[in-house]
Design a protein around this ligand. Structure first.
Ligand SMILES: Nc1ncnc2c1ncn2[C@@H]1O[C@H](COP(=O)(O)OP(=O)(O)OP(=O)(O)O)[C@@H](O)[C@H]1O
Ligand SMILES: [Mg+2]
Length: 112
């Protein structure tokens, strides 16, 4: 099992969620996040002065899936979240040791 952690532009959430639902993703967690990539935030002009915004608002999506689903999920997120401009985000794939469904006590892939 793997956790796919995607940082995306907030306005892309609906599109990403719909695309993931279509390929059969059953659950996901979404949190508000702030961050920067290699441009280190960006510079904005406000009343004639330049302000550097260090942390831009992003959304973090977390999805745990069976290994067999990883490539499909990564591809689906990337396609739905892409605008082609800087700051589109990043996807991390992380190994998951175990999953426990609290209500039933099921463990492992069955619990996803
Ligand atoms: N190495 C990283 N570790 C953790 N979070 C990251 C990393 N790189 C990017 N992020 C997160 O992803 C968000 C978007 O990153 P971003 O798309 O700007 O990456 P980038 O490498 O600068 O690519 P691009 O040149 O397309 O902008 C950041 O605001 C940050 O929250
Ligand atoms: Mg960037």
């Amino acid at each position: 099992m793997k956790k796919i952690e995607a940082i995306i532009k907030p306005f892309k959430l609906d599109e990403v969620k719909d695309a993931l639902t279509e390929i059969g993703v059953y659950g996901m967690t979404v949190s508000e996040a702030k961050g920067f990539g290699r441009q280190k935030g960006h510079t904005e002009l406000y009343r004639g002065a330049e302000y550097v915004i260090d942390f831009l608002p992003k959304l973090k999506i977390e999805i745990v899936v069976d290994d067999s689903m990883v490539e499909k999920v990564v591809e689906t997120i990337a396609n739905a979240a892409r605008t082609g401009r800087i700051g589109d985000g990043k996807i991390f794939v992380i190994p998951v040791e175990d999953v426990i469904r609290i209500r039933t006590g099921e463990r492992g892939p069955e619990a996803i």
